[in-house]
Write a protein of this length. Structure first.
Length: 163
């Protein structure tokens, strides 16, 4: 393998909390606007009777709404040359560019209107691989979402690829 693209101080950050905790209340109006925007008009997002009939305690929200609700808006001036946002919690790597490598989700419990969701993001993994075009780094940021009862409702893993 070639020289390391991951400085020791960055590798030592695996497991570190990078963002959060951030808590937001789940708002009916915002959740319904989101459902309309993504074209998901499932009645459980709009009607209490439908939500109860489907087994929810109240109106629920589209699964990915929690990301929308928890991500603060950022201005276009914060975009880097590679199209990603500037990030104060960036992990230093000996690379020139970073790209999105995918995202995995686990939806564990339903999120309902009125819940308070808290998200905490940590550096879950950082490793160097050898590819057909040379070495690259795989960076995994894991966000855990919990409700007001401390139940984990979802977990996401965002994978970054850097060369």
């Amino acid at each position: 393998m070639s020289t390391s693209l991951i400085p020791p101080e960055s590798l030592a950050r695996v497991g570190e909390v990078l963002e959060g905790p951030v808590t937001v209340p789940i708002d009916r109006r915002e959740a319904q606007r989101y459902a309309y925007a993504v074209g998901d008009e499932n009645p459980v997002y709009f009607d209490e009777v439908s939500a109860h009939a489907a087994g929810y305690r109240t109106v629920t929200v589209p699964p990915l709404f929690i990301t929308h609700a928890l991500v603060p808006p950022k201005s276009a001036q914060m975009l880097r040359e590679d199209g990603l946002y500037q990030d104060a919690t960036s992990i230093h790597l000996e690379v020139s560019r970073m790209m999105f490598g995918g995202e995995e989700w686990d939806f564990i419990e339903p999120v309902c209107v009125g819940d308070e969701i808290t998200a905490t993001t940590r550096l879950a993994d950082l490793d160097q691989k050898e590819g057909s075009k040379g070495p690259f780094v795989r960076l995994v940021r894991e966000t855990t979402f919990v409700n007001q009862d401390e139940q984990v409702v979802a977990r996401s893993r965002q994978i970054g690829i850097a060369r």
